[in-house]
Design a protein around this ligand. Sequence first.
Ligand code: 4AD
Ligand code: MG
Length: 462
Amino acid sequence: MNEQRIKEILNMEPDHRYVEIHGWIRTVRTSKNVTFLEVNDGSCLKNLQVVLDHQRKELADLVPSLRTGASVSVQGDIAPSLGKNQKLELNATAVALIGPSPEDYPLQKKRHSFEFLREIAHLRPRTNTFGAVARVRNAVCYGIHSFFQERGFIYVHTPIISSNDCEGAGETFQVTTLPLKDIPVKENGEVDFTKDFFGKKASLTVSGQLEGEVYALALTNVYTFGPTFRAENSNTSRHLAEFWMVEPEMAFCDIHGNMDLAEEFLKHIISYVLDHCTEDMNFFDTWVEKGVTASLHHVLDADFARITYDEAVDHLEKADRSFEFKPFWGADLQSEHEKYLTEEVFRKPVIVTGYPKEIKAFYMKQNDDGRTVAAMDILVPRLGEIIGGSERESDRTKLETRIKEMGLPKEDYWWYLDLRSYGTVPHAGFGLGLERFIQYITGMQNIRDVIPFPRAVNTAEF
Ligand code: 4AD
Ligand code: MG
């Protein structure tokens, strides 16, 4: 294993100490007497400048085979650099090509489009942008865990294969071992799932929430964090078929506690990333979304706006503009509406509560007005919804009624309903889409560029 990473070396004093590094050549510049290599090992955005003095014959002989994309190891001493872009450089005493030197490396020094880079997702982490996204994503995950761990939440692993559709939107991917060419059917012509692997219909989970509730009603505060799957046929810059979601669930907590925690949580991970990924965030600020870090500092200092769905619709109806989707009470908020509220009305994140029950999932606590539920969505500028959550219905009879009204199979939810018979308590939780959050803080336009290997309609290469 390589002991010394370029990030550490760049922070050293140029005191001629001897080091060995490993990495990939980003660029090669050759003049008569010297060759400069920019070498990157992914530990940070910056490259280390390696200088090959042509007076050393064995180095000069190697120069023609040093190309962009090649993997190398370099030994040498760290010297002050005369160049204005770096304070130090590595004076090579020995350079070795680790693999063969590529002659047709697809990543050249010019700027490639993100569309093109999606076609070479196996090489794109070697670009500045995708290296930075990977490091920021890593830091966000660490920040998520630190937030919950510091507050005594228990990390629970909920299943990937599930037999319920938590959000009830019918967007599940089925999991089956039934032979597609010879599917067993019952007398009435329906598929006979008793012959399937699990003896019943199963799918990839759309959310770990229902199982999270089971553990919250035993351990009080829990969170689950893992991949979730939705067969949404929407080819947008905000939807993936496979995305990661972090879902805390708290017993003895109502919608207000839920909002408070969500706001504190978002601020924690934003400041964690600003503190730990300064160089990468400055890169996004310069090259991807100008002003993004200032806008995040503004969010840290602001109290999120908190409004009801009724108030949101009011704002939209009074807006002096025409939306593509005309807002009216009862309709879900469209992304253009969310943008208007966050970017023009409040200019900061907005928490909307009290949505009409018809447009929300069956498990949400029904409000006394009989028409809304204790839902909460958090909307942010540029992106719209990044968090969806609610207080949960804790009354068995009301929950059963809602399941029936919505035409859901009650027998699938027997254990979920049991929680309301045995020690039921007010409880609440929410889900943050990890990729939406990364899009938000980096300013990356397309969600497919903030997950290493995107899964979306017609996209499952790599
Ligand atoms: O609003 P959603 O559907 O809420 C739930 O799944 C709840 N069970 C969460 C809970 O209360 N525990 O999804 C939560 C978040 C959304 O706000 C969004 O950020 C993200 O998940 N999300 C997606 N991200 C990428 N691609 C998709 N197709 C997404 N669908 C939802
Ligand atoms: Mg939602």
